[in-house]
Design a protein around this ligand. Sequence first.
Ligand code: AMP
Ligand code: ZN
Length: 114
Amino acid sequence: MNKDCIFCRIISGEFQSDILYQDDEVIALRDINPKAPTHILIMPKAHIPSLAEITMDHQTLMGHLVRVAGELAKSEGIAARGYRLVINSGPDSGQEVPHLHLHLLGGRQLGKLG
Ligand code: AMP
Ligand code: ZN
């Protein structure tokens, strides 16, 4: 828990949010400013700032995040047509919130990368 982190404050229950899934390690919530019809953020409950802090100890957690994202894609009805998972990490990526999170985006044709 980082008291200066908006996502930690959501996880602790201090701030309200549209939570779709949670377990002991992971939480998923709707992005407040969606960039696609489905835009969900999947994140660890632990405050890990970015991919730069990921170590061997986090390998299971990273798989857990991707699995939950895949399950949410199915429950949102976007799995068959396809979707995108994005992790921004660090300044050049435009990461705004320094609490590691996956973006699950879908429900429309997504533009090509690059
Ligand atoms: P990133 O630029 O990868 O750090 O993405 C941060 C995302 O968090 C953006 O898509 C924001 O719209 C989203 N966001 C910021 N504050 C909130 C909030 N209180 N609840 C839900 N999503 C949020
Ligand atoms: Zn945090």
